[in-house]
Write a protein that binds this ligand. Structure first.
Ligand SMILES: [Zn+2]
Length: 238
């Protein structure tokens, strides 16, 4: 098995609704928000962790192809596929404990997505403030809102730069791998990134997408935007 090439996919993620990617309990401060978003530890800028992006794309593809753990009695019911043989395992990786499959090394690497220079500048100058959305439950009898919980979000309109690398080995079918990733990106546009997606958060759009092979041949671009606007491509993978 030899590495044949590395394909770079990059572009912009634009928020069409507020984005909430939680920082987790470890970031809780006394008197602070109970649902803060993840921020860069030094600059304080919000960003999209590569793991969140990759994990969401993978989970949507697994739903589409029925590749998640579907056995009600399994301990990890609803967990990711870890068969080690399917295309999803090949592209997105398998747990370190799984040495049985033929998937080989993980093909897709997703970097953390930071804000574009324009938005970084706005953030630095105080022109971009994070929004606090209050989530309530409605009392069915009185009709009043109760238990407001503040949810921190990056507001709609903000743009991030995303970068992914796809490692293609000599035995790989490049078109099949790229097609899977494109389908995953298209699905994510129809779904949501981060938390509270069913309540309107995390609607995103990919744009200005370029695919370049061999990082020094940047001019070899292919426009993917039209592909993502059309419906999902329906060919099946196994
Ligand atoms: Zn699998």
């Amino acid at each position: 098995m030899k590495l044949k090439e590395i394909i770079k996919i990059s572009g912009i993620i634009k928020l069409l609704s507020g984005l909430h990617i939680g920082a987790g309990d470890s970031a809780l401060e006394i008197g602070g928000l109970d649902q803060p978003i993840i921020k860069h530890p030094i600059t304080g800028e919000p960003y999209i962790p590569g793991s969140s992006l990759k994990g969401k794309i993978r989970s949507l593809l697994e739903l589409k192809y029925g590749k998640f753990i579907n056995d009600l009695n399994a301990k990890n019911y609803g967990g990711p596929c870890n068969c080690g043989n399917c295309l999803i395992c090949k592209v997105f990786g398998v747990g370190a404990s799984n040495k049985s499959g033929e998937a080989g090394p993980t093909r897709l690497l997703v970097r953390d997505a930071f804000m574009t220079e324009e938005w970084k500048e706005k953030f630095k100058n105080g022109e971009l403030s994070l929004e606090i959305k209050y989530e309530n439950t409605i009392n069915r009898i009185t009709g009043t809102a109760e238990h407001p919980r503040p949810l921190e979000r990056v507001p709609a309109g903000v743009e991030f730069e995303f970068n992914m690398s796809v490692r293609i080995y000599d035995q790989d079918n490049e078109d099949e791998i790229l097609s899977l990733i494109k389908q995953g990106m298209a699905l994510l546009q129809l779904d949501a990134l981060g938390g509270n997606g069913s309540r309107g958060c995390g609607h995103i759009e990919f744009s200005k997408i370029t695919i370049s092979k061999d990082s020094n041949k940047e001019d070899e671009e292919e426009n993917l935007n039209d592909f993502l606007r059309v419906k999902l491509c329906l060919e099946n993978i196994e």
